[in-house]
Design a protein around this ligand. Structure first.
Ligand code: GTP
Ligand code: MG
Length: 446
C-alpha cells in the first residue's frame, strides 16, 4: 500500500493504492458500501472509509482484479480528499487491518517480478516520472512501449539462433539440412551483430545526455562576464554581477531547456592566482567543475588582450569538444584573433547578442540538433550501456578467436556471455530461454 499521488499535503485528492490478494478484503472491512464484496473488475464505487462507525472520509474506490492490472495482482485504489490528516488517518486504518506500506518502487518491482514488464521498461517508468523535457519522456515512453526492447531482442535472437545452430551441428550431426556453422560463415554473421551493437552504443551517449541533460561549465578569468552570461542564458538574474573582479566565489547553477534538451549550467569563480583563501577555494572548485562537465564554455573579454592563463586554459580545453564565447563585443576590440580548433561564438551579454547561437552550438556539439523523436530508442543509463559494451566485447573476442582458428564449439561460452549480457539489459536470463529455443526451433523433443 502507498500513496500514489504526489506527497501528502494540500491537493484536491490523494490516491492510496493497495496491491495483492488481500487488498479487497482489507478494504471491505473499512468501507461503508458493502456492494464492494461482489463487485466486478475495473469498476468504481462510492462510499465512506469508516473507523468504529465513525465516517473518516467520503471516497471513490476503484477495484481492478488480476491479471489486467499494473502489477498483475488485485489492485484497489482509494481516491480520498487531499488533506494531510485525512490521508494519514486512512493509511493508519488500513495498516491496522493488515495492509503493509510499500517500499519505494515496489509496485513496479511487482510488475517486473510478475512478468508484466521487463527490466528496461521498469527502469523507464522512473525515467518517465522524472522527465522534464519532451525528449526525455519520449525516450522513456519508447522504452516503456518496448521499442528499445525490440532492438535488443532482435540482436539476442540472432545470437540464440547461432548458438542453437552450433549445438545442433555438434549434438545431431545427422541433421544435414541444418546450416553448418563454419569459420567462414561465422565471422560475417557476428560482424553484423557487432555493427548494430556499436551503433546502439554510439547513439546511447545521446540517450544519456537526453536523460540527465548536458552539464555546461562556464569558465574564464574574473570579470569577463561569466555570471552575466549565465543570467542571459537563463533569462533571469540568478547570479550577482558587479564590475569587481572575484564577485563569484562559489559555483551557481541553473537549468534551461533548449530545443528539447535540458542544459544544466554552472557559473564558476573566475580563474586567477589569488591569495584570498575563499577565492582560492572557489578557483580550485572551478577547475574541478571544468573537468567533470560535459562541455565547458571559455569566456573571453573582447575588450582585453588574452593573458597567458587564458591561453593555458584554451590549450587544456582543446582536448574535448568545448566552446569559446568572446563577450563584450559592444566594446572596442582589443583581443587579437585567437588560434583554436574550438568553435567560437561572438556576443555581448548586455546587448543579448550571440546567446541563441551559443545555445545552438552547445547542442550541435553533441549532434543533438534536429532530433527526430521517433528515433529516440537509445539505452539511457549506465547499467544498460555497460552491459551493451560487455556484450560487444564478447562478440569481438569471438570474432578474434574464430579468426585464430579456435574450434567453433569452444566459442560458445563467450557467445552465451554476449547473449546473457544483452539479456540482462532487459532483465532476462538465458538458460531456460536457450533450451526452449533449441527445442522450439528444431523439434528435437522426442
Ligand atoms: N560592456 C559590457 N559589459 C559587460 C558585458 N557582460 C558583462 N559585462 C560587465 O562586466 C562586469 C563583470 O561581469 P560578471 O558577469 O560579474 O563577470 P564574471 O566573469 O562573473 O566575474 P567574476 O564573478 O568576478 O569572476 C560587470 O560590470 C558587467 O556588467 C558585455 O557584454 N558588455
Ligand atoms: Mg561571476
Amino acid at each position: 500500500m502507498a500513496i500514489s499521488t504526489n506527497n501528502i499535503g494540500v491537493g484536491a485528492i490523494n490516491i492510496i493504492r493497495m496491491s495483492g490478494r488481500e487488498s479487497l478484503n482489507i478494504l471491505s472491512e473499512v468501507f461503508s458500501n458493502k456492494k464492494i464484496n461482489n463487485c466486478k473488475s475495473h469498476t468504481i464505487h462510492y462510499g465512506y472509509i469508516v473507523d468504529n462507525n465513525e465516517k473518516i472520509d467520503e471516497v471513490l474506490v476503484s477495484v481492478m482484479f488480476a491479471p489486467k492490472t499494473y502489477t498483475l495482482e488485485d489492485i484497489v485504489e482509494i481516491n480520498c480528499h487531499g488533506g494531510y490528516a485525512v490521508t494519514n488517518k486512512i493509511l493508519e486504518i488500513l495498516l491496522l487491518h493488515g495492509a503493509r506500506l510499500a517500499e519505494p518502487g515496489e509496485f513496479t518491482k511487482r510488475a517486473f517480478l510478475n512478468g508484466r514488464i521487463n527490466l528496461l521498461e521498469a527502469e523507464s517508468v522512473e525515467d518517465l516520472l522524472e522527465s522534464q523535457t519532451d525528449n526525455q519522456s519520449i525516450l522513456a515512453m519508447n522504452h516503456l512501449t518496448g521499442k528499445t526492447t525490440e532492438l535488443i531482442t532482435s540482436l539476442r535472437e540472432k545470437l540464440v539462433g547461432l548458438l542453437s545452430n552450433i549445438e545442433v551441428n555438434i549434438d545431431y550431426p545427422e541433421y544435414v539440412d541444418e546450416l553448418q556453422i563454419t569459420k567462414e560463415n561465422l565471422t560475417p554473421i557476428l560482424t553484423e551483430v557487432k555493427n548494430e551493437l556499436e551503433q546502439i552504443i554510439k547513439e546511447s551517449k545521446n540517450g544519456e545526455l537526453i536523460k540527465k541533460g548536458i552539464n555546461v561549465a562556464i569558465i574564464g578569468k574574473p570579470n569577463v562576464g561569466k555570471s552575466s552570461l549565465l543570467n542571459a542564458l537563463l533569462e533571469e538574474d540568478k547570479a550577482i554581477v558587479t564590475n569587481i573582479s572575484g564577485t563569484t566565489r562559489d559555483s551557481i547553477e541553473g537549468s534551461l531547456i533548449h530545443k528539447g534538451i535540458l542544459l544544466n549550467l554552472i557559473d564558476t569563480a573566475g580563474i586567477r592566482d589569488t591569495s584570498d583563501v575563499v577565492e582560492k577555494i572557489g578557483v580550485e572548485k572551478s577547475k574541478e567543475i571544468m573537468k567533470s562537465a560535459d562541455i565547458t564554455i571559455l569566456v573571453l573579454n573582447n575588450n582585453e588582450k588574452i593573458t597567458s592563463a587564458e591561453e593555458e586554459l584554451l590549450k587544456q580545453l582543446e582536448t574535448k569538444n568545448n566552446l569559446v564565447f568572446i563577450n563584450k563585443t559592444d566594446l572596442e576590440t582589443k583581443l587579437e584573433p585567437i588560434k583554436t580548433k574550438l568553435p567560437i561564438i561572438l556576443g555581448s551579454t548586455i546587448k543579448k547578442e550571440g546567446i541563441e547561437e551559443l545555445k545552438d552550438q552547445i547542442i550541435n556539439n553533441f549532434g543533438l540538433e534536429n532530433l527526430e523523436s521517433k528515433k529516440l530508442n537509445y539505452l539511457s543509463n549506465t547499467r544498460q550501456i555497460t552491459l551493451a559494451k560487455e556484450a560487444l566485447n564478447n562478440i569481438n573476442n569471438v570474432i578474434k578467436d574464430n579468426e585464430a582458428n579456435i574450434p567453433i564449439d569452444m566459442l560458445t561460452i563467450e557467445l552465451k556471455s554476449a547473449w546473457e549480457n544483452l539479456g540482462k539489459i532487459i532483465g532476462e536470463y538465458y538458460e531456460d530461454e536457450l533450451i526452449d529455443n533449441i527445442f522450439k526451433r528444431f523439434c528435437l523433443g522426442k
